[in-house]
Structures are given as C-alpha cells and as structure tokens.
Ligand binder design. Structure first.
Ligand code: GLN
Length: 306
C-alpha cells in the first residue's frame, strides 16, 4: 500500500459524497462540508500514509462506542457488560427502541444507542476526565477535546436518547443517574478526532492491544477480540452485513462522518467523509474502504484463504 493508492481510493469515493447528506438531526453537524474526504493509515511496522482531509477535526460520534466498550470490558469485565446488552446484529436503525418494548428485552449490542448508553452507565464512576484521558491514550492524540458546540447542539436535541435512558432505567439496565449517564454518553460522542486519531486506535486493535512503539500492553487480548468481533458484525448498524461482504474488515462508523477500520495484524485505518447514507454511515468513506480492501485483498476471508 502507498499514498498513490490512497489518492486513487479517494478519487473513486469522492463522487459518492454527492449522493449522501450530512447529519442534520444534530443541527451543528449540519454545518460541515459534505464534500470533505480524507484517510490516514498507520501500520504496525511504523508507517504513516495519508491523503485528503486527514487532519480535519470532526466529532467521533458513535465510534466512541468502541472506546466505551473496551474501557467497560477492562474496568468492569465481560459479565457486567453483557448483562446489559446482547451480542447480536440488528436489522434496525442505530437509535431504534421498538425492540426494547418487551419487558424481558435488552439492547441488541453495544453499538446501538441503547446498548452503548447502558454501557456508559458502567463508566459513570470514572467520569469525563478519566474517560477523556483514556480516549487520548487509546488514540495517541492528546489534542482530543470536547466540541462544545456539537455537545450543546445534541444535548438540546436528545429527546430520543433520553427516552432510551428512561426505558433502560425502567428495566434495571442502568442503575446510575439518568442525567449523568446521558451527559457522559453525549460528551463522549462530541469528542473532536481526526482520521489520524482513528488510525492510531485501529492500529492498537490491529496489534492485539499492544502499543507498537513501546511494546506496552494497553488492552487485554480477549477485550480486543470481543471488540473486533462486535465491530465486524454490528459496527455499521443495519448496513453491517453488506459492508462485511464488500469490505470485510472490523469497522465502526459515526454520524460525524468517521469510519474506523482494522486490518488485524497489519494496520489501522481512519476515514473521514461527513456525507452519510440513510443508515448514518459515511457514503464516500465506505466506497474508499471498499476500493482499498478490493485492491489490496484485505477482506479478512481473502487473507484467511491465503
Ligand atoms: N451521538 C449520536 C446519537 O446518539 C451518535 C449516533 C451515531 O453516530 N450513529 O444519536
């Protein structure tokens, strides 16, 4: 892989940006330029490759659900996490609540809003400061901070997520205070990252939780394995199946336009393209990843076959 390929991939993906729309249900997100597109790749061997808007800051949104999951697994353990959500893909949108109406139901997985909010409840005792330094460490980016404008914009428009928190509370799936849980969830969605920050996180996951530069283990192997499996099966919401066929890499999208992808054993990839499809996944970003995966034969099943 080289920067010529990344440039070609962006050229391939760019026209698709016009077919999507930037998120507007969080009004502040509606202000970004949907035509921006960028990528950063970090290999375990130490190489950095980039093209386009790779340094542009944007809000992490649902990609924070990956970080929430790894921190909760490390801090509270597998049992505590999966008492609050199942591990099943859902055919529904990321903010669906209909499947929670049965009294016995629990959220499908840690990446739909309901599941992520239940998991953030487990992180409330850590608080924002500790979570922020965890995010900065996992992404090797000390400049990550809250985008106050996006936070306030979502906080003023979070009736649906608030209903989810009350529903979860009524089922005993969160025992933490409603406002504390919802505020921390929304703050963690509002963190400003770049494609490079995401590629750093991807590289850490690609390297089984060991930071390549230092050799230090940051995450347990089984935490990484669980997280990558959830990303592969549920990371792109109700687009996860088709994305797995077309790209075949554990990935996680956010409505800020980011996609985090992991090539296990090799590299982390961060993509930024804020024009979204109807499921909330980056329109052009998915095509960029498809181009790269096909050209370099990165689909995990292609690699397994080899
Ligand atoms: N903050 C957003 C929400 O809760 C995250 C959704 C997303 O990125 N898919 O609605």
């Amino acid at each position: 892989m080289d920067e010529v390929l990344l440039k070609q991939a962006l050229e391939f993906g760019q026209p698709y940006a016009q077919k999507g729309k930037v998120a507007s249900y969080i009004p502040e997100l509606g202000k970004v330029d949907g035509q921006e597109l960028g990528i950063c790749v970090k290999t375990i061997a130490g190489e950095t490759l980039h093209s386009g808007f790779w340094k542009q800051r944007f809000t992490i949104q649902s990609i924070s659900k990956v970080i929430n999951l790894v921190v909760a697994l490390e801090y509270q353990g597998f049992e505590a996490v999966f008492r609050r959500t199942k591990m099943e893909p859902t055919g529904s949108s990321f903010n669906a609540m209909s499947h929670l109406s049965d009294s016995e139901a629990i959220p499908f997985n840690p990446f739909v809003n309901a599941g992520a909010i239940a998991i953030v409840g487990l992180l409330v005792p850590l608080g924002l400061e500790q979570m922020l330094s965890a995010v900065q460490g996992l992404c090797s980016d000390k400049y990550i901070t809250i985008n106050e404008d996006v936070f306030q914009s979502e906080w003023a428009n979070c009736a649906r997520n608030r209903s989810l928190v009350y529903l979860l509370q009524s089922k005993g799936l969160i025992t933490e205070a409603v406002d504390d849980t919802l505020r921390l969830y929304t703050q963690l969605c509002s963190l400003n990252v770049t494609a490079e920050s995401l590629s750093n996180l991807g590289r850490l996951l690609a390297n089984d939780g060991i930071q390549p530069e230092t050799g230090n283990r940051i995450l347990k192997e089984e935490v990484v394995r669980t997280t990558l499996t959830m990303m592969l099966t549920c990371g792109m919401y109700n687009g996860s199946g088709e994305f797995a066929v077309r790209v075949g890499l554990p990935s996680k999208s956010g409505v800020g336009g980011g996609i985090l992808s992991v090539v296990p054993g090799e590299m982390g990839i961060g993509v930024y393209g804020p024009s979204l499809d109807s499921k909330g996944n980056s329109m052009a970003g998915q095509r960029v990843l498809e181009y790269i995966s096909r050209t370099e034969k990165l689909h995990i099943l292609d690699r397994y076959a080899r």
